[in-house]
Ligand binder design. Sequence first.
Ligand code: ATP
Ligand code: MG
Length: 391
Amino acid sequence: MFTAFLIKYAEIGVKGKNRHLFEDALVHQIKFAMKKCEGKFLISKSQGRIHVEAQGEFDYDEAVARLKTVFGISGFSPVIYAEDEGFEKLCDTVVGYVTDVYPDRDKTFKVHSRRARKDYPKTSMEINADVGEALLNAYPEMSVDVHEPEIVLNIEIREKIYIYSETIPGPGGMPVGTGGKAMLLLSGGIDSPVAGYMIAKRGVKIDAVYFHAPPYTSERAKTKVMDLAKIVSNYTGPIWLHVINFTDIQLYIHEKCPHEELTIIMRRYMMRIAEQIAKETDCLGLITGESIGQVASQTMSSLVATNEVCTLPVYRPLIGFDKQEIVELAEKIGTFETSILPYEDCCTIFVAKHPVTKPSVNIIRRHEHNLDEQIEELVKTALETKELIII
Ligand code: ATP
Ligand code: MG
């Protein structure tokens, strides 16, 4: 019965000349999301509103699910359109709407109408009163409450007449594309896809880098990362996934540096390489799934050591989250099931039995000098042989 959705977005930060940028980005992201839906949709912006109109047959549940992935949408209302065929017909349509949408009609309501077109023969007040009366006649169990009604029946008189009353919550946030771009260090774990989601939610476009270590990490581990990127891209739009072959760098670190510092030194090289790609691709920051104390490489001291090699800001949106909280988010956004598939990822191969938890930056730096002979060349090769997958 519904043929359209009225999109609501939070107005914060959307004042003045940024407003149209925000709206255009939102329209763009909605178009991207709806392209994945069966059916055709017309997405239009008029009078400070965004409408998504189905052109013919469509799958309602799928459309709702897609709109729930678009950051910037605070909520959306399923709408029915009626032709303007006189006021009596309008009353019938509203009664029919209530019949279909509210099987239990023992509820309080108010009618809230607006006229975009002032040539309509009744004022808004008259429409409210007269439609209200028609409803009370049809359903005596309903009652009017203008202060705290359970149902607000919105009627908008435009070219056509729009009727809606329900609001489905959207994901909130800002439309992707309004906040610049950042580079996500995406592993096959639970955390990093959630971290990407959270930064994208603030309007930031995401690209990703994955460090692959064949044959220590399988081709399936890489496919899993691509699958995760695909799920995240449902929210963010297309992701450029850079795959770096990290094997030779890892082996070299393994050969030259103390084993208890392997992870930290490896992480420093990941950050350096990620930053280099980030800078070449206009990213304004790095994103990781780190959370304080989760593992040895994420103690405060370890984070000092990892952070030291970066000049771009490193965004760690999960920094204060417990694992369980991250798992809940992963479930909500749909990445959890894929993240827990058991394929080896590149960190678990080279982990020491007793990694340092309080690394000293000076000592780490000193040990990194053991790599002086070849590391530059290895990093250069890794960057030159990088594979780009557009998700
Ligand atoms: P996740 O944090 O995604 O669950 P993890 O816990 O195995 O994976 P850690 O070893 O804790 O990863 O690494 C912390 C962060 O470093 C990750 O959240 C991710 O941002 C980044 N990272 C780790 N390994 C890789 C990798 N192979 N490729 C890209 N980024 C990685
Ligand atoms: Mg982690």
